[in-house]
Write a protein that binds this ligand. Structure first.
Ligand code: MIG
Length: 785
């Protein structure tokens, strides 16, 4: 089945290599015949088989069939810049393109970190990791991360045979995805800056199966340490020094607002030299980190890729000696300007460089730092040294000759910075030179691989935590991502939802936006609403820029602080659920925050809802996204065949049926619903994940039967890989005359955290009695709810 089949279409000069990777995944390479190649033409039209997959047609139009069922149809293979792609500047150079006939009615999801609507139709997206620099708009594109993968949901009349397809363009070069836009309403246009196309087609009966396969191809999401799921506090410029760090930590404990991590942004370094600490402001990092640890905090330090070009600076010297930096076209050291001034850039694509990079982390990880935050790794470079020198000298000449400077000159400066970096030449492990154009989108992914090596070296027993801004498919194996420099506006809070949901559909479950917004001054109400929303999203970090007002949870007077505390505490109650969801994400790639249609694929309305989401399969969150709101319109989806189900309002126990409702949402309330026959494991709130909760609370909305999975382990080490974890399912059901609860233990390798258990079940009785249990509280039977 794994045999590669090559088809050659003489009339078109096109080769198609098809290879079934397994019964659900087909790899298709579409290439132009090279003039020196001698190929046997495929006779007539193709209708050839490859495992259970077959192709039919020719490069102007061909279908892909799986078990004789049509999965996809493609048209118009071209080896030139497609008309729909629109940018005059790019026309020269190699390009290949194809059209995927997705059908008018289909819905398209995925594409990673993109602005715009949840459903991606009506826009042409580009994959080219970019720091937008400053405020980004609701349709800004591209941003920091490239995930050239989309899911087509055909929305045809027979939802029981859905025939959903995932398409992965397995190429890091710049690419474009025109979603039913200039290619026409039936088509998805795919173009890449290369002379071939490498596509992987994934078949699935539902979207989860597609994501599962896609993450098998690109990497399963990492299982974060439990503290990574807590509340995190960060601000560019703060803590400014050691005293401030301790003050901040104390304030959290004093105000009883839980918090697990502090971030040390670029202010902690000596003149922005990576892997250093400013000696005046952070004279004893080891002690300070230890003190923070003692108070239950973890520390995450920022690391940018640019290394200051400066003799005598150890990182630069050792890197130069080991020849780890990227060169330019004339074989000189490539220099770009970032915070420290002229910088050299590690050539992460080589193993040796990754190792060198890992070694540099001693100054952080050996000092006790728990996590690494990789910023500016698109890489974002303000100017390229040589280029800017040329532009400036020509400008100077013209000024000296009293020539007029025009808008063109200004534009040249701007585009030079916008299009940086261009002039880098990489080298791979085989010693071959590769232009940056080919590898740009994978720069951050290889940096993340290097960073994860650092954890293996300095903290071999611990699970790594890496936060990254840029990435490519596969980044989920190494890092959590955040959506970069958003703004403290209601619009930005709103747009973060479809962004995070599409990231989840694209294999990246651990994602979040800066809570409270990065740029600009947050208003109290927005901060509170954002803290409410963030409590239900996988990565929960409050972060803001240096020149903005403070936005810690206590930054404003009451009632804000009280409400903020309530939701951050609620986050900690949710941790058993979130951690169980993270485990599922780790095993299967399943998103943690999910669009409604992932849970309710038969409900057509659910495909167009992007201001609500499901946390796991049980909770529906409908955040308040407008100012001064007392009521919110909520859509509660239907089960299959438009069967209405009972949704329980989390806060007041009221039961609502499927459909639209107007619900109360005063400032202390974010509408939250528990799905029928679903339940969530909760705990009591703690001040951080270092403190062990004592209570397990099982909250369920029982109609006939609920299964509540629960995963637990030490939350820190890799011992779970050796089976040292607890996994069980609580099964609650209506029995003859009473209700029954049972715990079915599937894996008994770790002692669960609770000493006490409480049931909160709608319909009858809120307390359950444990009638039988062993000494370790591991096995028991519960009756009489
Ligand atoms: O804008 O390191 O996205 O989170 O605080 C300057 C300073 C560079 C950009 C990141 C932001 C971080 C900031 N950085």
């Amino acid at each position: 089945m794994n045999e590669k089949k090559e088809y050659y279409f003489e009339d078109f000069g096109v080769k198609i290599n098809a290879k079934a990777l397994d019964s659900d995944t087909l790899s298709l390479e579409i290439l132009k015949k090279k003039s020196e190649e001698k190929l046997n033409p495929t006779s007539g039209k193709i209708n050839c088989r490859c495992g259970n997959w077959s192709l039919k047609g020719n490069p102007t139009k061909f279908s892909v069939l799986r078990n004789n069922l049509k999965i996809a149809e493609f048209e118009d293979v071209e080896f030139s810049y497609p008309a729909w792609a629109m940018s005059k500047k790019e026309i020269s150079g190699k390009w290949s393109s194809i059209k995927h006939a997705v059908g008018r009615k289909s819905k398209i999801f995925g594409l990673g970190e993109k602005t715009g609507y949840l459903e991606k139709s009506g826009y042409c997206y580009e994959m080219w990791n970019t720091d937008p620099g400053g405020f980004y708009t609701h349709n800004q594109d591209p941003l920091h991360i490239s995930i050239p993968f989309y899911i087509v949901v055909p929305m045809q009349s027979n939802p029981d045979k859905p025939n959903i397809t995932g398409v992965y363009l397995n190429q890091p070069e710049k690419s474009k995805f025109d979603v039913k836009y200039r290619t026409g309403q039936k088509y998805m246009g795919i173009a890449t800056r290369e002379n071939y196309l490498s596509l992987q087609l994934i078949y699935g009966e539902n979207i989860n199966q597609i994501i599962e396969k896609f993450t098998e191809l690109t990497g399963k999401p990492f299982l974060p340490p439990r503290w990574a799921l807590g509340y995190h506090q960060s601000k560019y410029g703060k803590p400014e020094n050691e005293q401030e760090a301790i003050k901040l930590a104390k304030k959290f404990r004093k105000t009883e607002i839980p918090c697990d991590a502090f971030y040390f942004d670029i202010q902690h370094m000596d003149g922005f030299r990576i892997f250093t600490w400013d000696e005046e402001r952070f004279p004893s990092p080891e002690e300070i980190v230890e003190e923070l640890h003692d108070m239950g905090f973890k520390v995450v330090n920022i690391v940018d890729p640019g290394v200051k070009v400066e003799k005598g600076y150890e990182v630069f010297d050792s890197g130069s000696k080991k020849n780890v930096f990227v060169k330019d076209e004339t074989d000189d050291l490539f220099e770009g300007i970032v915070w420290p001034g002229f910088c050299a850039f590690p050539d992460f694509f080589r193993e040796k460089v990754k190792k060198w990079w890992a070694d540099q982390h001693a100054t952080l990880l050996e000092k006790g730092v728990d996590g690494i935050w990789n910023d500016m790794n698109e890489p974002a470079i303000l100017f390229e040294r040589k280029e800017i020198k040329e532009i400036l000298s020509s400008l100077k000449n013209r000024i000296d000759r009293k020539n007029h400077l025009s808008i063109e000159d200004l534009r040249q400066l701007r585009t030079s910075s916008k299009e940086a970096p261009k002039g880098l030449i990489h080298e791979n492990d085989q010693g071959e030179e590769i232009s940056h154009k080919k590898l740009h989108n994978k720069y951050a992914l290889h940096e993340a691989k290097g960073t994860s090596k650092a954890f293996r070296k300095y903290k071999p027993e611990k699970r790594p935590f890496v936060l990254t801004r840029a990435g490519f498919s596969g980044i989920q194996k190494y890092a959590t991502i955040w959506t970069g420099d958003n703004s403290s506006t209601w619009e930005h809070m709103k747009m973060s939802i479809p962004m995070i949901l599409n990231l989840g559909l694209s294999g990246i479950p651990h994602a979040g936006a800066d809570v409270g917004g990065f740029h600009g001054n947050v208003e109290p109400e927005l901060l509170t609403r954002w803290i409410q929303l963030g409590a239900f999203l996988p990565f929960y970090r409050n972060h803001s820029s240096i020149d903005t007002v403070d936005q810690e949870p206590w930054a404003f007077e009451e009632p804000w602080q009280k409400i903020n505390r309530k939701y951050i505490r609620f986050r900690y109650k949710l941790l058993p659920y979130l951690y169980t969801l993270s485990y599922k994400a780790h095993r299967k790639g399943t998103p943690i925050a999910r669009p409604l249609f992932l849970e309710f694929p038969h409900d057509k309305t659910s495909y167009s809802i992007q201001d609500e989401f499901m946390l796991g399969d049980s909770l529906l969150v409908s955040p308040v996204l407008e100012r001064d709101t007392e009521k919110t319109s909520v859509y509660l989806p239907y089960q299959k065949d438009k069967k209405s189900i009972d949704w329980e309002n989390w806060w007041n126990g009221e039961v609502l049926s499927s459909g639209y409702h107007i619900v109360d949402s005063p400032i202390e309330t974010i509408p939250l619903f528990l799905r029928e026959d679903k339940g969530v494991p909760l705990s009591n709130a703690t001040s951080s994940t270092e403190e062990k909760p004592s209570k397990l609370i099982l909250r369920g909305n029982l109609e006939s039967k609920i299964t509540i999975p629960l995963y637990h382990d030490d939350g820190k080490t890799k011992d779970y890989e050796e089976g040292e974890y607890f996994f069980g399912e609580f099964i609650l059901k209506e029995a003859e005359e009473s209700r029954e609860a049972n715990l079915e233990i599937k894996n008994d390798g770790y002692k669960p955290f609770w000493k006490e258990i409480e049931f909160k079940i709608r319909r009858g009785g809120s307390k359950a009695k444990i009638t039988e249990f062993d000494d370790n509280l591991r096995k028991y039977t519960l009756t009489e709810i």
